[in-house]
Unconditional design. Sequence first.
Length: 134
Amino acid sequence: MLVEQGLGDKEVTKRWQALVRSGDFDPDRCASELLEAGPTKPAEAQSKLLLRSARLERDLLMTPLMTGVSGASRKARGAARTGVAALVTQLIVVSIYSVLVFLFLLVLSFKGVHFDLFFQSLLDLIPALPEPTP
């Protein structure tokens, strides 16, 4: 937690990070060396470490509740929210596509192309535009 909070000795931290990358990590030796070097900012260290420890403990205590029935219901609520959002998105996309297709067909019908009777009956509901005068 010293390293996570930026309170650990920089040289010791860099050396152990290099050892982790190379695959030579020894957690006990790492912890011992970091604790021996101590925090670089002792005044901040206690409050930051206590706050981080409290958050970590809370998360670890709540982990069992994230599984089982209550965890499943929480996941189901999250899935329902994302499902509703996906459905609304699809409805919007289909609506926009339908309007564009209708406008395309409308333009074609004004150009003299005739479609099925249903579409023609919809077009009959639209008031006729006056003929342009030459």
